[in-house]
Design a protein around this ligand. Sequence first.
Ligand code: F0G
Length: 362
Amino acid sequence: AHQWRGVIAEYADRLPAHVQERVVTLGEGGTPLVPSPTLSARTGAEVFVKVEGMNPTGSFKDRGMTTAMSAAAGRGAKAVVCASTGNTSASAAAYATRAGMVCAVLVPDGKIAMGKLSQAIAHGATLLQVDGNFDDCLIAARKLAEAYPVELVNSVNPDRIEGQKTAAFEIVDALGDAPDIHVLPVGNAGNITAYWKGYREYAALDAGAAHTAVATRTPIMWGFQASGAAPIVLGHPVDQPETIATAIRIGNPASWLQAEEARDTSGGLIEAVTDEQILTAHRVLSAEVGIFVEPASASGVAGLLALSDAGRVPAGARIVVTVTGHGLKDPQWALRAADGSEVAPVRISSDVVSIATALGLD
Ligand code: F0G
């Protein structure tokens, strides 16, 4: 039986040689592309969900971390650093452990989901809560990596983009061609940059050279930021980004220009969704689609539903929406009802009759 070997082994022919000298992998990639009858019916399109929470540390970051960490290991690096809203730190910590390297992470004070914090600590990273937001953390991490013997593994590191582009390859391989539209959340803008690179590379291949499929085209890229942290939509940095979607609470994305390029060259858009729209999409995903994600991950679906309500989704279009991280990272949001009230389990004695009554089975 075929066992998925991680994105570097699976896409060796499409990745640079320097990430393949000393491969550091936890078997990332090969994530499900789930057709969603619910989202298809809601939008009048043919919608697939790319479930990136199924990566080893529960987010898409692992695709880029295997390549960044392999490159660092190949150069003989002993230590890595990253700034993070949580998922990058969880991933960096796990892959550094695998590589036998020291890992330092800079996170914004008090705005990290508990699951992510636990992961970084469990994997033995040195975690520093910085008095500042993600953007401040990234500036500090960049300066540290310039002045000290430690490698930066944020998505400004081009090796990260190389790994993350494999998600686009997997989608083309699964569908037999690129979708019409690709939808995803945008924070620091590394992932939209990576998907766009992956789709363009597959579309540029000669027939027969691709992994299993040949893309005849590239998709239209639709990116969504949280409205309190939407610098690309506003056209200027946001000093005090705010959103319940802490993973994308970013005011000055490092890959801003690349995101605009993906948007403009693909004929796409980058728009904002409110926290309320994000939480509604989060509920649709968990209660109607069957996929549990963290809030930031629902922003692509939130945007897709908003555009559908506005009559802007082309009928019958084939659409892939990436959900970026697992719901268990930040589970508290499931315990809040649409009206904001706490959801608590019904307490009951253990006799079968009362249970049956509570279930309305009598
Ligand atoms: N979704 C999740 C769950 C994320 O963790 C991130 C980014 C994004 C979307 C946005 O992706 O930055 O490539 O545009 N998280 C980073 C981190 C910033 O530190 O974990 P992007």
